[in-house]
Ligand binder design. Structure first.
Ligand code: PAF
Length: 279
């Protein structure tokens, strides 16, 4: 498994793989890899003959400088973990390599970005689209693999692929959870022991909410979830929305003939965690 740092070196390898007819699978990551990422790599390895994983903490998608600085980084551990998978190539560029000049592109994804993460992390999805489009241009994959934990990000990426006519199949992959239910996230590494223990309340409350759905109207269930989580002194809910899983617009009643997903962001100390559950 090779690690390359430049788009030029990456391109040479990708060109050779294209000539030899490989199907290229791509897993973009910001490193600090966990079993959630590994499940994406595994799926890519099952469906593609050449798997590329990128590791790059993308500055343009952080709307908070401290969050960017605190984001966990450990390339050595990531490489060691990927050695045990079907990953063929790691692309780990520097910020100068990806942004030789400031990226001034402004994407407009319409209504799907004007809710949830889009409201609470202004500019976040523009930064995600900037880096993912640059990575897609560099890797030119057939398939790209994204986790459903970042549900809104997945919707944005699908829209970007359509808007820009990328010949890439986006493959959504299930959330991977710790044994106690906490959705796996690189940010979990930043939690103290007590925060980590209390963070399980988030997924537990979401699962309970699904069971309680028939006893509440949508607004009351949203209130119940927020209050239950905020009753825990370690947790502070930023938002909990139940939305149409295609338009991402909030639903008002359970009868709507659409698939519904409940998406949440919760602060646990300085660590911001997201999760979601289908209703
Ligand atoms: O989901 C992530 O880890 C990042 O947003 C991504 C897609 C790698 C872009 O930096």
């Amino acid at each position: 498994m090779e690690v390359v740092r430049t788009i030029k070196d990456l391109s040479k390898i990708i060109d050779n793989q294209r000539v030899s007819g490989s199907k290229i699978g791509f897993v973009p990551t910001m490193g600090a890899l966990h079993q959630g990422h590994i499940s994406l790599v595994k799926r890519a390895g099952e469906e593609c003959s050449f798997v590329v994983v990128s590791i790059f903490v993308n500055p343009t998608q952080f709307n908070n400088k401290e969050d960017l600085e605190r984001y966990p980084r450990d390339l050595g551990a990531d490489v060691a973990l990927l050695e045990k998978t079907k990953c063929n190539l790691i692309f780990a560029p520097t910020a100068e390599e990806m942004y030789p000049e400031p990226d001034t592109r402004a994407f407009n994804f319409g209504d799907i970005e004007n809710v949830m993460e889009g409201v609470y992390r202004p500019g976040h999805f523009n930064g995600v689209a900037q880096i993912v489009s640059k990575l897609f241009d560099a890797v030119r994959p057939d398939n790209a693999y994204f986790g459903l934990k970042d549900f809104q990000q997945l919707a944005i990426i699908k829209k970007m692929v359509n808007m820009m006519n990328y010949p890439i199949t986006i493959v959504p992959c299930a959330i991977v959870r710790e044994a106690d239910g906490l959705a796996m996230s690189s940010r979990n590494k930043l939690l103290s022991k007590e925060q980590r223990e209390n963070a399980t309340v988030i997924s537990k409350t979401l699962f309970d909410a699904v069971k309680l759905k028939d006893n509440y109207d949508v607004e009351s269930l949203k209130k119940w979830v927020t209050e239950t989580i905020n009753n825990n002194p370690y947790l502070d809910t930023e938002y909990f929305e139940i939305v149409n899983d295609t338009t991402l617009q909030p639903i008002n009643n359970w009868d709507e003939k659409v698939n519904k997903i409940g998406c949440i962001a919760v602060h646990c100390g300085k660590v911001r965690l997201i999760d979601n559950v289908m209703f």
